[in-house]
Design a protein around this ligand. Structure first.
Ligand SMILES: Cc1ncc(COP(=O)(O)O)c(C=O)c1O
Length: 411
């Protein structure tokens, strides 16, 4: 069991007053707050070990390299990857998806091929594919969702065919919190020889993740949504796929050799081994160390406990929000079908006005489309307000949130 009151002491920002009120931070789907352990690890790196990695033989560089490679190990174990060869550090989920698009898609998708996306994808799992489809001429098909925002598995079965080369799917919707049945989608995809790219931005931070059990081909997630710093994220890829891929970014560190051939006037280049082949240039060393520290923190809490805590908060929030006459909640009513994300509206109140009103009481929520406009269109929603929870949130905070929602209803 998590003790949110105790662990709140690790988060300096939660002691802040916002507009004269204690901060209630319900915008965790956008980014989470950072514990002192993560802040301290980054600080310690710069104070004691700062040097570039993989380049020099001096002591600091050796230390930095050890810490940086150790961060790959930590991530690999956390998601049960085979080895660090399968863990590529990038800026975040967005960059990881773009890597798959440009390293894999650019060379493997042709006219006549199809890529399946779903209507609940975040823009970062739509836009790269739409851009690439204009270049390569393959077709994109969107799998439907039902009125509750749940994935329509019949629509998936109707759309998949031997032409399907890739399914891009979010594990958890960042709007409705819906949890998709990834194993079912992967099984179907593999039956058709298609690959699966899982957007795990909203799942890895909130539940135990086992890439071997899920059997996904690629998986992307961001450090900043799981207590880590911004600017660091992960692409997991099955080793056999990553071995076959050409790099996305070119530069230093990702090559084994660059040799100039005077006969041809060109350079011959061979790639570095995995995962360095995909990590061109000086990486975000401090970010990786921060992420590894965040993972250690989460592991200490236990990911199963994290999940249970969020389920409890979500169930409680759904129950209390149902008391509000003018509040409409989107997504499934059953808390077991969703994560700790609740999108909603108050009748006749614009979502941005609502967020501003809550902010005047120190309550931070998100408003708008949450980078998922097609889903809003599909559900017929102009925009929504979104409350999203994490390990340090409490039922008392939800009670305070409900008090303010009830005040809004009286306006
Ligand atoms: C489901 C989902 N995918 C992708 C992203 C993009 O993550 P990032 O901005 O860290 O690259 C987000 C961020 O909100 C998200 O919720």
């Amino acid at each position: 069991m998590l003790n949110p009151i105790k662990l709140r002491e690790d988060f300096p920002i939660l002691k802040r007053l916002v507009n004269g009120y204690p901060l209630i931070y319900f915008d965790n789907a956008a980014t989470t707050q950072k514990p002192v352990q993560v802040i301290q690890a980054i600080r310690e790196f710069y104070e004691k070990h700062n040097a570039n990695v993989h380049r020099a033989v001096h002591t600091l560089s050796q230390e930095a390299t050890e810490l940086y490679e150790g961060a790959h190990e930590e991530v690999a174990k956390f998601i049960n990857a085979e080895s660090i060869e399968e863990i590529i550090f990038l800026r975040g989920t967005t960059e990881a998806i773009n890597l798959v698009a440009y390293s894999w898609g650019l060379r493997n998708l042709n006219q006549g091929d199809e890529v399946l996306l779903t209507l609940m994808e975040h823009h970062s799992n739509i836009v790269p594919w739409e851009i690439l489809s204009k270049i390569r001429g393959f077709k994109i098909k969107y799998v439907d969702v039902n009125e509750d925002g749940l994935l329509n598995y019949e629509s998936l079965e109707e759309n998949i065919s031997r032409r399907t080369k890739l399914i891009c799917l979010t594990h958890v919707s960042n709007v409705t919190g819906v949890i998709n049945d990834v194993k079912r989608v992967v099984k179907l995809a593999h039956d058709y020889n298609a690959l699966v790219l899982l957007d795990a931005a909203q799942s890895v931070p909130h539940m135990p993740t086992d890439v071997k059990a899920l059997d996904v081909d690629f998986m992307a997630f961001s450090g900043h949504k799981m207590l880590g710093p911004t600017g660091i994220g992960v692409l997991y890829g099955k080793r056999q796929h990553l071995e076959e891929l050409e790099p996305f970014h070119g530069g230093g560190e990702m090559i084994r050799q660059v040799s100039y051939n005077p006969q041809t006037g060109r350079c011959m280049i061979t790639w570095n081994r995995l995962p360095w082949k995909f990590e061109a240039g000086t990486p975000n060393i401090a970010g990786a160390i921060g992420l590894a520290t965040a993972i250690k923190y989460l592991k200490r809490l236990g990911m199963e406990n994290v999940k249970v805590h969020e389920e409890e908060l979500t169930g409680y929030a759904l129950k209390r929000m149902a008391e509000c006459q003018k509040v409409t909640i989107y997504g499934p009513k059953d808390p077991r079908q969703r994560c700790g994300i609740i999108s909603f509206n108050v009748a006749n109140v614009d979502s941005h006005d609502l967020a501003l009103f809550l902010d005047s009481y120190g309550i931070a929520i998100r408003s708008g489309f949450h980078c998922a406009q097609p889903l809003h269109q599909r559900l017929g929603l102009p925009s929504t307000a979104r409350a999203s929870f994490y390990i340090y949130n409490t039922k008392e905070e939800i009670d305070r949130f409900i008090d303010v929602l009830k005040e809004v209803e009286q306006l």
